[in-house]
Design a protein around this ligand. Structure first.
Ligand SMILES: Nc1ncnc2c1ncn2[C@@H]1O[C@H](COP(=O)(O)OP(=O)(O)OP(=O)(O)O)[C@@H](O)[C@H]1O
Length: 240
């Protein structure tokens, strides 16, 4: 569903990501990890058509992200690092607005807004103005807009950032429930979250892939039998 080949992105003379090659199969949730500044957001911005690559290609559902950006955007729900919210709108107004931008038909739009609100637990704040919501609720609204229209691919940049432990567990369960129906790239710094949500991880460090495998195989490779500590593996691989 997502195919990345030899992807490189330079910002002037700074190489943000270098020669990334990976793929995400349909229905898979890929954990996308790396220390601050490793190049995760850059990669996600390229996959969602917000940034052009310097070299290499990326395809989503068979469409090139650079050459056929509209086809790609139609298939992707994206939660950027900072959710794209309009603070002066109500939650309902905002979700209806985003739904209409996504081209959801008027008849189904209301029901679709209610559906994603239910999934993300924002039904009871639908008439509140976004700027008055807590950080966690703003984050939920950000996730809700990504789910509108049930796109086959979801790209989530730190979706549980700012949530309290209960909300985090709820969002984690929600993401897990999307497996099979959606192909997901999940970037997060909360490693136990990845262990329970994803089968496979991609770890990048200084723009380069340092691990790309199933978690249990990585654990085996690093001499862990039970109680996988992704944290230990992450620290080891990103120490350089
Ligand atoms: N617009 C830009 N212009 C110049 N350099 C940039 C730009 N955006 C990102 N970078 C640099 O590219 C590198 C990768 O940044 P990126 O934001 O992709 O990392 P990240 O893995 O998402 O980090 P974090 O976990 O902190 O969000 C960093 O060195 C960053 O400073």
């Amino acid at each position: 569903m997502i195919e990345v080949q030899h992807l490189t992105k330079r910002y002037r003379d700074r190489v943000a990501v270098e020669d990334l090659t990976f793929q995400v199969e349909e229905g898979e949730i890929l954990g996308f990890l790396g220390p601050n500044g490793a190049g995760k957001s850059t990669t996600m911005k390229i996959l969602t058509g917000f940034l052009p690559p310097s070299e290499g290609t990326a395809r989503v559902g068979g469409f090139d992200v650079f050459e056929q950006p509209l086809e790609v955007k139609r298939r992707i729900g994206y939660l950027p690092e900072t959710p794209p919210l309009y603070p002066e709108m109500t939650v309902r107004g905002y979700l209806q607005f985003v739904g209409s931008l996504k081209g959801l038909p008027g008849r189904g739009l209301k029901a679709e807004v209610e559906r994603v609100a239910g999934l993300t637990g924002v039904t009871h704040v639908m008439d509140r103005v976004i700027q008055n919501l807590s950080k966690g609720y703003k984050q939920r609204v950000g996730i809700a807009q990504a789910l509108l229209g049930s796109p086959p691919v979801l790209i989530l940049d730190e979706p549980t950032e700012g949530l309290d432990p209960t909300q985090r567990a709820e969002v984690r369960a929600l993401i897990k429930s999307l497996a099979g129906k959606h192909t997901v790239i999940l970037s997060t710094h909360i490693l136990p979250e990845v262990t329970v949500t994803c089968e496979k991880v991609l770890i990048i460090n200084q723009g380069k892939i340092v691990a790309y495998d199933e978690i249990r195989k990585l654990a085996h490779l690093h001499g862990q039998a039970e109680n996988v500590s992704l944290e230990e593996i992450f620290i080891k691989l990103t120490a350089a």
